[in-house]
Ligand binder design. Structure first.
Ligand code: GDP
Ligand code: GDP
Length: 442
């Protein structure tokens, strides 16, 4: 599970500026769950090889003084509770404010590891201005400038030391070996009430499915291993499920953090859409996050039983429109409640996994590339004629195809899309994103 850092502080101290700087790496994701969480932003950041989730908590509901908890929205408090580390931001230029004191009191009370960061410190020579912040009783204060990037790296390195230890390479290698038996790790994602718990219970109640003993709950996630036919699976919970007798019950409210962690930890994500409500902004945000994470995905349109023919047609159109960026994903209509459509959903999950982990030989890739070039050659761009020469696989899950050649910087977006479609077809890659990387030698 990815560790979580929450940025906390009163309005205008620079939280979103720092958030943007932290999540600006190449594979940064900004999942803005508007509607549910107002201004809270969730993203991933990277330091070296290590990745973590960053939350811009958005701070307070209003700027009047008073009981701090009432002003922090539920999701902010939840984000702090779920965080491994809080970065508490202050504004050096504005000095210590009453609200800072209140937030500090709250953080001291809950005893969360906290890093105190004084922002807007660019061009400040002495540390005298920092001294008043020590009053907060949260230890050392670190001066940064989020806008100019000063001190940010140091703070990230400090943060890294305060996070739970990373799984060592050895352990990772061992767990990858375990994966050799091709257990498929599944996360079920979707809005509250989409039918995630109902689906999971429908699965676990299936006759063909053998659930193994639960290996106890880890820090705050449960994993349910099971087997269906010859195939082994592991379900990563997103819904805060707890076992009650034979069924699982969702006892927590919707958690964005858990959803993001489960998506990152999964190999295949089942995105559950509520057919009655249609595709909402929040569905699109979750879909966007899944896409950025590179995970294979199957869209399960649930509660299909509750729609008449006209409504079904309407829904199909809206899905096509709103999830157009996920065309590669299989779409399955199901009723978790009536246990309908579950067989085809399993087939799609297995296919998505197979596509995500497919092995593509250099010889075949290069031959396909040559065929594509013959079918349609790339256009000249100014003085340059891009010349793809050969291709090899650069990674799995998602599959990455690396294309080598000359002047590839000038290969148009549309030609890259043409190649993607070409390779997709040839390898029957349904259900997984495909990434194409260009390595140009000129
Ligand atoms: P938030 O409300 O805590 O998310 O704060 P914002 O990130 O929106 O920043 C509030 C204001 O402070 C904006 O006008 C930013 O441009 C400014 N700001 C943020 N970081 C810095 C900084 O390092 N130095 C200075 N001088 N201004 C900053
Ligand atoms: P979760 O919050 O995503 O875990 O959603 P739940 O599994 O708790 O389901 C929310 C509500 O939708 C419950 O009242 C379910 O009975 C209902 N529901 C779930 N699946 C279906 C379905 O396939 N058809 C219909 N009509 N209702 C469903």
């Amino acid at each position: 599970m990815l560790p979580v850092i929450a940025l906390v502080g009163r309005p205008n101290v620079g939280k979103s500026t720092l958030f943007n700087r932290l999540t600006r790496t190449r594979d940064a994701i900004v999942a803005d769950f508007a509607g549910l969480t107002r201004d809270r932003h969730y993203g991933t950041a990277k330091l070296g090889k290590r990745q973590f989730i960053v939350i811009d908590t958005g701070g307070l509901e209003d700027s009047s003084e008073g009981a701090i908890f009432q002003k922090m929205a539920g999701q902010t408090l939840q984000a702090i509770a779920e965080a491994d580390l809080v970065i508490f931001m202050l504004d050096v230029r504005a000095g210590l404010a009453g609200q800072d004191q209140e937030i500090a009191r709250y953080l001291r009370k809950i005893g969360k590891p906290t890093l105190l960061v004084a922002n807007k410190a660019e061009g400040m020579k002495d540390s005298a201005q920092l001294s008043e912040f020590y009053e907060l009783g949260l230890g050392e204060v670190y001066a940064i400038s989020a806008a100019h990037g000063q001190g940010v790296r140091d703070v990230l390195e400090l943060a890294q030391e305060m996070l739970p230890p990373e799984v060592s390479d050895d352990e990772e290698a061992a767990s990858e070996e375990e994966q050799e038996d091709s257990t498929i790790r599944i996360a079920v994602a979707g809005r509250p009430n989409a039918g995630k718990s109902t689906l999971i219970n429908a699965w676990l109640g299936e006759e063909r499915l053998v659930a193994f003993d639960m290996p106890g709950t880890t820090r705050d996630a449960i994993r349910v291993p099971f087997q269906r036919g010859e195939q082994r699976y592991e379900l990563i919970d997103t819904a805060g499920l707890r076992r009650k007798g034979k069924v699982f019950q969702s006892i927590e409210k919707f958690s964005v953090v858990k959803t993001l962690q489960a998506i990152e930890g999964a190999q295949v994500v089942v995105l559950v859409i509520d057919a009655v409500d249609g595709v909402t902004d929040q569905d699109a945000h979750i879909a966007g996050f899944i896409l950025e994470s590179g995970r294979a995905v199957v869209v399960a349109v649930n509660k299909w039983d509750a729609l008449d023919r006209y409504q079904r047609e309407q829904l199909e159109r809206s899905i096509e429109l709103r999830l157009s960026f996920m065309k590669f994903a299989a779409l399955k209509h199901i009723s978790a409640l009536k246990r309908q459509g579950l067989g085809p959903l399993w087939t799609a999950i297995d296919a998505a996994y197979a596509a995500a982990t497919c092995k593509m030989q250099t010889a075949k890739l290069t031959r396909l590339l040559q065929e594509a070039l013959q079918y349609q050659a790339p256009r000249k761009s100014g003085m340059y004629r891009p010349k793809p020469r050969y291709a090899h696989q650069g990674g799995m899950n998602p599959p990455i195809i690396v294309i080598h050649g000359n002047s590839l910087d000038h290969l148009s977006q549309s030609y890259q899309r043409f190649l993607e479609t070409w390779f997709r077809k040839a390898f029957k890659l349904e259900g997984t994103p495909l990434r194409i990387e260009l390595r140009t030698s000129e």
